[in-house]
Every structure is written in structure tokens, then in C-alpha cells.
Write a protein that binds this ligand. Sequence first.
Ligand code: QAP
Ligand code: CO
Length: 167
Amino acid sequence: MAPLEILEFPDPRLRTVAKPVQNVDGRIVEMADRMLDAMYEAPGIGLAATQVNFHQRLIVLDVSEKQDQPLILINPQIITGEGELETKEGCLSVPGFYEPVNRYEQIQLEAINRDGDPFTLDAEGLLAVCIQHEMDHLEGKLFVDYLSNTKRQLIRKKLQKLQKQQA
Ligand code: QAP
Ligand code: CO
């Protein structure tokens, strides 16, 4: 199967709001597995379906040191958020740029797993930050949206220049 292509800022398709997954069927599980492959290949610690132009509520993550703890979250919903944590975030859709963003430090989450079963998850630190970052993608939101207009425009111009060179 061809590897998934990751959309890059300012591609307007990254602004699409994803729809809930209605049924965890083979198509969803296969997409999750291909997203994990693309994430490990990059390498990255999180990837949302929106970034591979698939507009359903699905994210994959692995913040473990050995990159051997894949997590698939379908229709994730944050139940509670507490505390604040500033992390220098990056994004596979904004290659080469890292900027500090504030998020909840701890979250409680509800989601569906690859077997179609609902579960709850308590996450903190980098995992909590990464889940919030990936859930933003499902709303068409990027971490650069939290930066100043000036910084965001600068990143947009630099990336557009690189993308034109690559085309
Ligand atoms: C989101 O991002 C995240 O610029 C996941 O050239 C990142 O996996 C949340 C990556 C950091 C919290 C903290 C970025 C790979 C990977 C790049 C990623 C790059 C190559 C980003
Ligand atoms: Co991202």
C-alpha cells in the first residue's frame, strides 16, 4: 500500500472539521495502522487523520521513548482538564518549526479503541499535550494558530517558499 502523504501548512484541507466515526470497521483500523506507519516513519509522536486528508475523528500517538506503545483514539472527547503546561510543540504538517504552546497539564478522556470499545484514559504531561494537539487537528486547528499573527505569517511564507522549491 502506498504510504500516506502528510498535508503541510497552509494547505486549506488542514482546516476541515472531521466527522465522528460511525462504525469502527476494517477501513478505519487499516487507516489507523497506515497512520501509525507514517508517524513512525517521520518520525513523530502524534498524527491526526486530518493531516492525511481523511476527515474522520481518528488520531494515533506514541510518546514512549522506544516508540513501542502505539495508541489509537477514535472519537476522542476531553471530559476534564486541569493545570497548565507550556511545551515547545512541533507538527508533521509544519516541518522545521517549534514554538511554545500552553495546554492542560492533565486531562481525562473518553474514546473508542480499535476493537470498537469505549474506554477512559487519564493522561498527563507530554501525552496530555500531544492528545490536545492532535484533537485540535480534528477541528481544523493548528498549533501555529496560538502564535502571534506575525510569527504565523513568517512560518507560512517560509513553508510556501520551500514547497514551491520542492514542486
Ligand atoms: C505533536 O508532532 C506534538 O518539524 C506531534 O521536521 C509535538 O510528531 C505535540 C516532526 C511536540 C507536542 C510536542 C516535526 C517531525 C514531528 C517536525 C510531531 C519535523 C519532523 C512532529
Ligand atoms: Co500536528
